[in-house]
Design a protein around this ligand. Structure first.
Ligand SMILES: [Zn+2]
Length: 206
């Protein structure tokens, strides 16, 4: 719930239900920020949890009683949406929504989502809501031999939510039609690499 709103904020008023995703700050000035890709900002990235604001104070995410964030990173939650449903949309939801919309998911596009049971569930919901063709409505079991040949050249866009460095990338590519796109949204480093590079696990997925 918004308890205080800056005088220049137009899209939120006191009393509104609001949400802040995994990012709550960026420079808003660099090439990435001005092209709507604030999550790639290299100058002033502030994570909502385990982050640091420009004044040096820390961000505590959902462990804090209150969150003070630039309105640019706060969204009004529609009244019809339960807060419990809205909360995961601010992280896993936007992580899968963005690559679908940015890459033209919609009627006439056959979309595949790799990985079900986490981010992928949102990917399937969005693909359906966006009116994509039946690609996302068909389940391909990759444990079964020949799945890549059987479904070769059947998809325009694949969004992969799997983070295993051992995923069968070459076979996934075979599922793409000519000029198809494969978008990877999760971190593919090995456990060892992740542990020596903590920053790679901190950046919000969007
Ligand atoms: Zn920036």
């Amino acid at each position: 719930m918004a308890v205080k709103v800056g005088k220049n904020v137009k899209h939120i008023k006191v009393g509104d239900r609001v949400g802040v995703g995994a990012q709550s700050g960026s420079c808003l000035d660099c090439g990435e920020c001005t092209s709507g890709q604030e999550n790639y900002c290299s100058k002033g990235m502030v994570g909502t949890y385990n982050g640091k604001y420009p004044d040096g104070s820390k961000s505590y995410g959902e462990y804090s009683d209150y969150c003070r964030a630039p309105a640019h990173f706060a969204v009004k939650i529609p009244d019809s949406l339960l807060l419990a449903e809205a909360a995961p949309m601010l992280c896993g939801g936007v992580t899968t929504w963005n690559p679908l919309v940015k890459n033209g998911a919609g009627p006439g596009k056959k979309v595949g989502i790799v990985g079900v049971g986490g981010l992928g569930d949102f990917g399937i919901l969005w693909a359906k809501a966006l009116g994509c063709d039946e690609g996302a409505m068909k389940y391909i079991a990759t444990e079964e031999g020949g799945w890549n040949r059987k479904n070769a050249r059947s998809l325009d866009l694949i969004v992969s939510t799997v983070s295993s460095p051992n995923m069968p990338l070459a076979q996934y590519f075979q599922l793409l039609r000519t000029n198809g796109q494969f978008i990877q949204v999760s971190n593919c480093t090995t456990r060892k690499e992740t542990s020596t590079n903590p920053s790679s696990t901190r950046s919000p997925r969007r």
